[in-house]
Design a protein around this ligand. Structure first.
Ligand SMILES: NC(=O)c1ccc[n+]([C@@H]2O[C@H](COP(=O)([O-])OP(=O)(O)OC[C@H]3O[C@@H](n4cnc5c(N)ncnc54)[C@H](OP(=O)(O)O)[C@@H]3O)[C@@H](O)[C@H]2O)c1
Length: 330
């Protein structure tokens, strides 16, 4: 069936400015790391993307290696774009990345100019796009000079293959250097994509402050700790969960007795707040002004619909925050 986007799509979503840039992102963004590869059902992937756009999500996050197999999430996204979203391209912010292993040999990994430029060309072909909106260096490279990697991002933006440049998984000191180099080159760093959730707090030790000071946006990934911070695992490991899938990045042994106790205690606070645990975990990340958007995944449309409702209750009392800290410290 032909897709026509909901006329109400911009009514409920909030849009936040990305650092000091001119770009606003939907407060919830959709990531295509899992559930969009050739191992998944294309129709389900398509329904998730349709629901996202109908709900006001404008930002879709990809990378060269998403699948499995690597590259297949971009191929499937390209297919869905062609079928459903051709007339909506100017309402979409599409990102891709390179930095992890993608092809054999010395030019298919890390941070050389050769890798980044070739990889983005491949991503554009897979998605059937002339340009992406944001192109990221996916992880720091200990060997390539940072100047070369940042010059590659600058080149890509000047060539018009990406509108904005971003970095991901950079610790605060290396992020500071990358931001300074990009500023000198005249292509400001738009955004940083770090892992951040109630269970993963490293960004609180300097990175969030740096991004706030430099006017760079922040889009935390895996804010639900890959599904742990939901009601999914409270009563065991469901067969259709990421932890149960052979290609899922969440391991069953991460769901320890201690984690289960924490999840149950957090769930009780969420219920008192009138939220699901997923919604509370997302509101908790979004409470920082520096955070532009939370980057969620979903294996079904109803999960995404649930997650988006985090926007209904973003504020926390001091007492709630303290109670959450107590649980996480245990
Ligand atoms: N830059 C990087 O290095 C990097 C690394 C990882 C991810 N990312 C980006 O971040 C995005 C999100 O990562 P993620 O998928 O790990 O995020 P996440 O939001 O922490 O976890 C998503 C998973 O949680 C479960 N879920 C989601 N909403 C739910 C709800 N309302 N109720 C119950 N369960 C729910 C689903 O798991 P089930 O499949 O079990 O149903 C879903 O697949 C990725 O797609 C990617 O774009 C970036």
């Amino acid at each position: 069936m032909n897709y026509i986007a909901s006329a109400n799509r911009y009514k409920e979503m909030t849009y936040r400015r990305c650092g000091n840039s001119g770009l606003k992102l939907s407060a919830v963004s959709l990531g295509l790391w899992h559930n969009f590869g050739h191992v998944d059902q294309l129709e389900n992937s398509r329904n998730i993307i349709r629901l996202a756009f109908d709900s006001g999500i404008t930002h879709f996050d990809l990378a060269n290696n998403y699948g499995p197999p690597p590259g297949s999430a971009e191929e499937n996204f390209g297919r869905i774009l062609k079928q459903d979203f051709q007339s909506y391209r100017d309402e979409l912010i599409i990102s891709s990345k390179a930095g992890y292993t993608m092809w054999d040999g010395p030019y298919g990994d890390w941070g050389s100019k050769k890798y980044l430029v070739s990889s983005l060309d491949q991503s554009l072909k897979r998605m059937g796009l002339d340009y992406v909106d944001i192109f990221y260096h996916h992880r720091p490279d200990p060997e390539t000079p940072l100047e070369e990697t940042m010059a590659a991002l600058d080149l890509i933006v000047r060539q018009g293959k990406a509108l904005y440049a971003g970095i991901s998984n950079y610790a605060a000191p290396e992020a500071a250097k990358a931001i300074a180099i990009l500023k000198d080159l005249g292509t400001p760093c738009l955004i940083h994509q770090p892992k951040y959730s109630m269970f993963e707090r490293w960004v609180e030790n300097g990175l969030l402050d740096l991004l706030g000071k430099e006017g760079v946006g922040c889009i935390p990934f895996s804010p639900l700790a890959q599904g742990l911070l939901t009601d999914k695992y409270l009563h065991g490991v469901p067969a259709d969960s990421r932890a149960a899938k052979s290609h899922g990045a969440l391991q069953e042994n991460q769901i320890t007795e201690k984690v289960l106790q924490q999840l149950n205690a957090l769930n009780a606070i969420a219920v008192e707040r009138g939220q699901t645990l997923a919604q509370m975990a997302l509101s908790w990340v979004l409470r920082h002004e520096t955070v532009t958007s939370v980057l969620v995944g979903a294996s079904r449309p109803d999960q995404l619909a649930d997650s988006i409702k985090c926007l209904d209750r973003l504020l926390f009392t001091t007492e709630e925050l303290q109670d959450i800290e107590q649980i996480l410290k245990k």
